[in-house]
Design a protein around this ligand. Structure first.
Ligand code: APR
Ligand code: PHB
Length: 392
């Protein structure tokens, strides 16, 4: 088999890259370890920045997003027993975010790729990269018991944080920057009408809580918990009890309960590998960086990488020019670090740190108060939340 770009991973990164390259006339094969049913059902992130939603619409894969996505013009911050609304649209000259599950984005992209004859290989095991040092890289994988090989010009590692691609960058050629947090998120998906039309981020003495949604009937919510939290210790009643406590600050509303459909623990980590390229291998999305989910940035940052790489590869295959490809890592890392900073800041502001002293707690309260009472400070939050411009 031969293709121009071999892509490992059918998450948002790999699928969007394959789709955007197809629009540019560049041929790809996507190799994914899980089944199609699995990736289409996996519940992950759910908030699209203004520019990310626009990217999908402009690429012709935004019809269902525009029909079913929930456009949010504001978010709420709860602390010290009060709710404060941040008017995202007013503060950013009209931008907004769209609540639309990552798995819905994945479904739309798979559908678009398959309907235009895209080559997606699901349930592929033992993916191996070869020849990235030379001019003839390739991928090998096993599917239906058969070992298969793809020759290509470039490999795109879109295989997430636990993928294999990052391991092909030699230790002497990269540096890793990381930070772990002394807490995690217990996330639930429930068949309950969301109690608030907009997201609520809450700082509470018992720990952070977030009320989100997937539709008019499905609530998504998170509770700060220990990194090694034992889910078995959390009865449904205990989960709802904590959500009521942490989210219902001023008696203005009550969290609606319903059957819990899914639950899981999300670790909190900040991670960056530099550079995001080694010879003919490009790392994209979670394969190259992880942000804590507080700012809702993971999927958006992945899509920003894809925009940069798809343009650079299109340039290369059209005219042989390599300047954009050579600048891929530096271009992406500018945004990556802006987003790392914002995600770290939102996380530090809203969570309870086990080792925080009373002075630190007061400083955090003061900072939150500043964020909601100064228009300049509110704007800083809003412009990061709806997404920084792509040309930073
Ligand atoms: N071989 C083939 N596929 C693999 C391998 C492998 N060795 N390892 C992982 N994969 C697949 C995973 O099954 C997954 O479908 O790669 C895909 C990676 O997808 P994501 O983890 O969703 O990463 P990405 O596409 O970069 O999207 C970033 O994902 O984790 C969220 O918050 C993050 O929303 C952000 C988004
Ligand atoms: C979600 O709905 O899954 C979600 C929303 C906002 C976040 C993180 C996750 O910051």
């Amino acid at each position: 088999m031969r293709t121009q770009v071999a892509i490992i991973g059918a998450g948002p990164s790999g699928l969007l890259l394959s789709h955007l390259l197809h629009l540019e006339g560049v041929d790809t094969v996507v190799v994914e370890s899980q089944s199609r049913a699995y990736v289409e059902a996996r519940i992950r992130a759910g908030v699209l920045e203004h520019g990310a939603a626009q990217t999908l619409v402009e690429a012709g894969v935004g019809a269902r997003l525009q029909r079913e996505g929930l456009v949010h013009h504001g978010i709420n911050l709860n602390f010290s027993g009060q709710t404060h609304r941040i008017d995202l649209s007013d503060l950013t000259g009209g931008s907004a975010v769209t609540v639309y599950g990552q798995h819905e984005v994945v479904k739309d992209l798979i559908e678009a790729r398959l309907s235009s004859g895209g080559d997606l290989r699901f349930a592929a095991s033992d993916v191996q990269i070869s020849g990235i040092d030379g001019d003839a890289p390739g991928l090998a994988f096993t599917q239906d018991g058969q070992r298969q090989e793809i020759a290509c010009a470039f490999v795109a590692g879109c295989d997430g944080f636990h993928g294999v691609s990052r391991g092909y960058v030699p230790a002497s050629q990269h540096r890793i920057y990381e930070r772990s947090y002394p807490f995690a998120w217990l996330g639930i998906l429930a068949a309950a009408r969301p109690a608030s039309e907009e997201l609520i981020y809450a700082r509470h003495a018992n720990g952070f809580a977030l009320l989100s949604m997937r539709s008019a009937e499905i609530t998504r919510a998170y509770l700060q918990c220990a990194p090694d939290e034992d889910l078995a210790q959390w009865s449904d009643a205990h989960v709802w009890d904590e959500l009521h406590k942490r989210l219902e600050v001023d008696g203005a509303f009550r969290v609606n309960e319903g059957p819990i459909l899914q639950r899981g623990v999300t670790p909190m980590r900040s991670f960056v590998i530099e550079p995001m390229q080694y010879r003919r291998l490009f790392l994209v999305g979670d394969a190259a960086h992880i942000v804590p989910p507080t700012g809702a940035k993971g999927m958006n940052l992945a899509m920003a990488d894809v925009r940069v790489l798809s343009r650079a590869l299109a340039d290369y295959f059209r005219s042989g020019k390599t300047d954009r490809l050579d600048a891929y890592s530096a271009t992406c890392l500018r945004r990556v670090w802006q987003v790392q900073r914002f995600s770290w800041w939102m996380t530090a502001l809203l969570h309870r740190f086990p080792d925080a002293d009373a002075f630190g707690e007061r400083l955090r309260d003061a900072e939150l108060r500043h964020v909601v009472s100064s228009r300049a400070a509110s704007r800083v939050l809003a412009e990061n939340y709806v997404g920084l411009p792509y040309d930073i």
